[in-house]
Ligand binder design. Structure first.
Ligand SMILES: C[S@@+](CC[C@H](N)C(=O)[O-])C[C@H]1O[C@@H](n2cnc3c(N)ncnc32)[C@H](O)[C@@H]1O
Length: 438
């Protein structure tokens, strides 16, 4: 085993470990990540080889890079001692490669002139290859963790690592979070899901090349495009045809796929009430990724009439000689529905339609003062793999990721979600969570 150092992006620290666990599991890599400290962007791990290091972080969104760790310490003296003592083999291997030095600092950084001095202190490495700032064969990196001290005072790193860069993540290499930024996307709506966490969701859902990914509440298709980026073949449905086709102008989900050069990964979009799902029973769905309607920015409705009796009376309505509800232009009545019921339906659907090992990932809102563990929906055939929270002011949303298990697994079931406070989310959201929960 060799030691590696992961450098994380400064975003969503509580999602980092889960993302890496998920990517390790896709690539069948055994790695201990349990000592990750969310307050720091550095994590030292052990892996068998560089290939594992590359696989582990290459498609990750919350890491920036991984380094083969040569030495570490609280001072440069300690660092240099270790390199001289333990790294002769490494130095030999890279002695004739073109190379460059690079610095990464957390809560502080060196000035350009002090960087030059630091680089000079590594002179004993005696690399013979040429220095190449653009296309170096190898990049040697100094990573520094600075102490937070008073403004204006000179800073000193409290810990230093030195290593060889093995891989940059997709985030760094392809600038993915920027590329999928909603501000740059042709078609978006009020419910479009932000780029960074859409990409992370697809990693936690283990979207794989060629797998069928279904978003039952597709809206403007945020998860469809990010799933497609990771090689998924995306299909979406939504009760609101205007969402799928675009409300104003020519831009819509399909044009987004074309803009991103991902149209080959677009399977289809369907106008459909999820609770009256028309997808064939034998249609294979590998992964389900979605953001169900909270009933806040969008309606949470299903097909059906509020007043059944009244609707029954209209069953025989005739328009231009035809039974009204059989005409192509018939707009079916819709009635309100509860989020808790919709989540129950979603888990039931996933338990029937996913293959063993298939994943369901969705976001669920909760008012912070209402939350207790029993609110998490559970299904006996689905194992809850991740439950990660993103906090807003007075409310949060949780990313829940489940794995479809085989018959031998009998997990927890939550019935009676209706009785829980999730029911009141919409009402409390508009009252800005000012009242105590009931
Ligand atoms: C939170 S939004 C999802 C937004 C989407 N992730 C996006 O990127 O735009 C929820 C969506 O669920 C849809 N919806 C509401 N009730 C539905 C139902 N019964 N069946 C299917 N879709 C429904 C809404 O029209 C809305 O587009």
């Amino acid at each position: 085993m060799k030691e590696y150092l992961i450098l994380f992006a400064q975003a969503h620290p509580n999602f980092r470990q889960a993302e890496l666990e998920s990517l390790a599991s896709i690539n069948k890599i055994s790695v201990d990540l349990s000592h990750h400290d969310e307050t720091k962007p550095f994590l030292k791990i052990s892996l068998n080889n560089d290939d594992e290091a590359k696989q582990l972080i290459s498609r990750s969104i919350l890491t920036r890079a991984i380094y083969e760790l040569w030495a570490e310490g609280t001072t440069y003296e300690e660092l240099h001692e270790q390199i001289k003592e333990n790294c002769q083999d490494y130095i030999e291997i890279y002695s004739h490669c073109s190379f460059k030095f690079q610095f990464e600092g957390y809560k502080g950084k060196q000035t350009n002139s002090s960087k030059v001095k630091t680089i000079e202190s590594f002179k004993y490495l005696d690399f013979k290859g040429k220095i190449d700032l653009k296309n170096a064969d190898e990049t040697f990196t100094v990573l520094e963790d600075y102490e937070v001290i008073q403004e204006g005072k000179s800073k000193k790193p409290i810990y230093i690592w030195f290593g060889r860069q093995v891989e940059l993540s997709e985030r760094t290499k392809n600038n993915l979070v920027e590329v999928f930024d909603l501000k740059k996307r042709g078609y978006i709506g009020t419910t479009s899901f932000e780029a960074e966490l859409s990409l992370v969701t697809c990693n936690l859902a283990q979207v794989q090349k060629g797998s069928i990914v279904y978003d039952p509440f597709a809206g403007t298709g945020s998860f469809m495009v990010t799933a497609a980026y990771f090689g998924g073949v995306a299909i979406g449905s939504d009760i609101d045809v205007r969402m799928l086709n675009g409300k104003n102008g020519p831009q819509n989900i399909k044009t987004n796929f074309k803009d991103y050069g991902l149209y080959s990964q677009f399977l289809d979009i369907l106008t459909m009430d999820f609770t009256h799902n028309a997808l064939r029973d034998d249609f294979v769905i590998d992964t389900i990724v979605c953001d169900p309607p909270y009933g806040v920015r969008e309606g949470l409705r299903v097909l059906g009439a509020k007043d059944e009796e009244k609707a029954a009376g209209r069953e025989h309505n005739i328009v231009e000689g035809e039974i009204a509800h059989l005409r192509r232009d018939f707009v079916a009545p819709k009635k309100p529905y509860e989020l808790s019921d919709m989540l129950h339906d979603l888990l039931e659907f996933a338990s029937k339609r996913l293959p063993i090992g298939g994943r369901l990932a969705f976001w669920m809102p909760t008012a912070d003062d209402d939350f207790n563990d029993t609110i998490i929906p559970q299904h006996q055939n689905l194992k809850l793999n991740f439950n990660l929270v993103q906090n807003f002011n007075k409310w949060s949303r949780r990313l829940l990721v489940y794995i479809k298990m085989d018959e031998s697994y009998i997990g927890e079931t939550t019935d009676g979600l209706k009785e829980l406070n999730i029911k009141n989310f919409r009402e409390r959201y508009f009252k800005k969570f000012s009242e105590q929960s009931r």
